[in-house]
Design a protein around this ligand. Structure first.
Ligand code: MG
Length: 119
Protein backbone atom coordinates (compact mmCIF):
# COMPACT_ATOMS: atom_id res chain seq x y z
CA UNK A 1 0.00 0.00 0.00
CA UNK A 2 1.40 3.41 -0.96
CA UNK A 3 2.04 5.88 1.83
CA UNK A 4 -0.63 8.24 0.50
CA UNK A 5 -3.13 5.38 0.56
CA UNK A 6 -2.06 4.49 4.10
CA UNK A 7 -2.63 8.08 5.17
CA UNK A 8 -6.13 8.14 3.65
CA UNK A 9 -6.85 4.87 5.43
CA UNK A 10 -5.72 6.16 8.83
CA UNK A 11 -7.78 9.32 8.33
CA UNK A 12 -10.84 7.15 7.65
CA UNK A 13 -10.08 5.04 10.74
CA UNK A 14 -9.76 8.11 12.96
CA UNK A 15 -13.07 9.49 11.71
CA UNK A 16 -14.79 6.12 12.11
CA UNK A 17 -13.38 5.75 15.65
CA UNK A 18 -14.73 9.18 16.56
CA UNK A 19 -18.12 8.63 14.92
CA UNK A 20 -18.60 5.25 16.64
CA UNK A 21 -18.21 7.01 20.01
CA UNK A 22 -20.24 10.11 19.18
CA UNK A 23 -17.30 12.33 20.06
CA UNK A 24 -17.53 14.77 17.15
CA UNK A 25 -19.63 17.04 19.38
CA UNK A 26 -16.50 17.59 21.52
CA UNK A 27 -14.24 18.24 18.55
CA UNK A 28 -14.63 21.94 17.89
CA UNK A 29 -11.48 23.81 16.79
CA UNK A 30 -10.87 25.27 20.27
CA UNK A 31 -11.04 21.89 22.03
CA UNK A 32 -8.93 20.26 19.34
CA UNK A 33 -6.29 23.00 19.57
CA UNK A 34 -6.13 22.36 23.29
CA UNK A 35 -5.95 18.60 22.77
CA UNK A 36 -3.07 19.02 20.29
CA UNK A 37 -1.21 21.14 22.86
CA UNK A 38 -1.87 18.61 25.63
CA UNK A 39 -0.65 15.70 23.52
CA UNK A 40 2.38 17.74 22.42
CA UNK A 41 3.13 18.35 26.09
CA UNK A 42 2.83 14.62 26.76
CA UNK A 43 5.38 14.08 24.00
CA UNK A 44 7.64 16.67 25.61
CA UNK A 45 7.18 14.99 28.99
CA UNK A 46 8.72 11.82 27.58
CA UNK A 47 11.98 13.77 27.32
CA UNK A 48 11.70 15.78 30.53
CA UNK A 49 14.97 15.84 32.51
CA UNK A 50 16.79 13.66 29.99
CA UNK A 51 20.15 14.75 28.66
CA UNK A 52 20.57 15.08 24.89
CA UNK A 53 22.42 11.77 24.91
CA UNK A 54 19.64 10.05 26.86
CA UNK A 55 17.02 11.53 24.53
CA UNK A 56 18.85 10.15 21.52
CA UNK A 57 19.32 6.71 23.05
CA UNK A 58 15.82 5.75 24.10
CA UNK A 59 14.99 2.19 25.08
CA UNK A 60 12.43 0.24 23.07
CA UNK A 61 9.83 0.94 25.77
CA UNK A 62 10.61 4.66 25.81
CA UNK A 63 10.51 4.82 22.02
CA UNK A 64 7.14 3.08 22.06
CA UNK A 65 5.83 5.69 24.48
CA UNK A 66 7.11 8.50 22.29
CA UNK A 67 5.45 6.90 19.26
CA UNK A 68 2.14 6.81 21.16
CA UNK A 69 2.30 10.53 21.88
CA UNK A 70 3.24 11.30 18.27
CA UNK A 71 0.22 9.24 17.22
CA UNK A 72 -2.01 11.18 19.64
CA UNK A 73 -0.86 14.45 18.07
CA UNK A 74 -1.46 13.03 14.58
CA UNK A 75 -4.95 11.82 15.50
CA UNK A 76 -5.97 15.22 16.83
CA UNK A 77 -4.42 16.96 13.81
CA UNK A 78 -6.57 14.75 11.60
CA UNK A 79 -9.65 15.64 13.66
CA UNK A 80 -8.74 19.34 13.51
CA UNK A 81 -8.35 19.23 9.74
CA UNK A 82 -11.69 17.43 9.46
CA UNK A 83 -13.38 20.06 11.63
CA UNK A 84 -12.00 22.91 9.51
CA UNK A 85 -12.09 21.29 6.07
CA UNK A 86 -8.31 21.46 5.73
CA UNK A 87 -6.40 18.84 3.75
CA UNK A 88 -3.48 18.03 6.04
CA UNK A 89 -1.16 16.88 3.25
CA UNK A 90 -1.97 19.93 1.10
CA UNK A 91 -1.36 22.18 4.12
CA UNK A 92 1.96 20.46 4.74
CA UNK A 93 3.04 20.83 1.12
CA UNK A 94 1.99 24.49 1.05
CA UNK A 95 3.90 25.21 4.25
CA UNK A 96 6.99 23.47 2.91
CA UNK A 97 6.84 25.71 -0.16
CA UNK A 98 6.59 28.76 2.10
CA UNK A 99 9.52 27.52 4.15
CA UNK A 100 11.58 26.95 1.00
CA UNK A 101 11.04 30.61 0.12
CA UNK A 102 11.79 31.78 3.65
CA UNK A 103 14.83 29.54 4.06
CA UNK A 104 16.73 29.40 0.76
CA UNK A 105 19.33 26.63 0.86
CA UNK A 106 22.22 28.96 0.09
CA UNK A 107 21.39 31.21 3.06
CA UNK A 108 19.90 28.79 5.58
CA UNK A 109 22.24 25.82 5.24
CA UNK A 110 23.82 24.84 8.56
CA UNK A 111 22.36 27.68 10.60
CA UNK A 112 19.51 27.71 13.10
CA UNK A 113 18.79 31.40 12.53
CA UNK A 114 15.22 32.51 11.99
CA UNK A 115 14.49 33.55 8.41
CA UNK A 116 14.28 37.19 9.46
CA UNK A 117 17.91 36.98 10.61
CA UNK A 118 19.37 35.27 7.55
CA UNK A 119 21.96 37.25 5.65
MG1 MG B 1 -1.15 11.08 24.91
Amino acid sequence: MKKHDRFATIVDKVIQFREARDWKKFHDPKNLSEAICVESAELLERFLWKTREEAEGLSEAELSGVAEEIADVMIFLICMCDALGIDLLDAGEAKLQLNEAKYPEDRARGTAKKYTELE
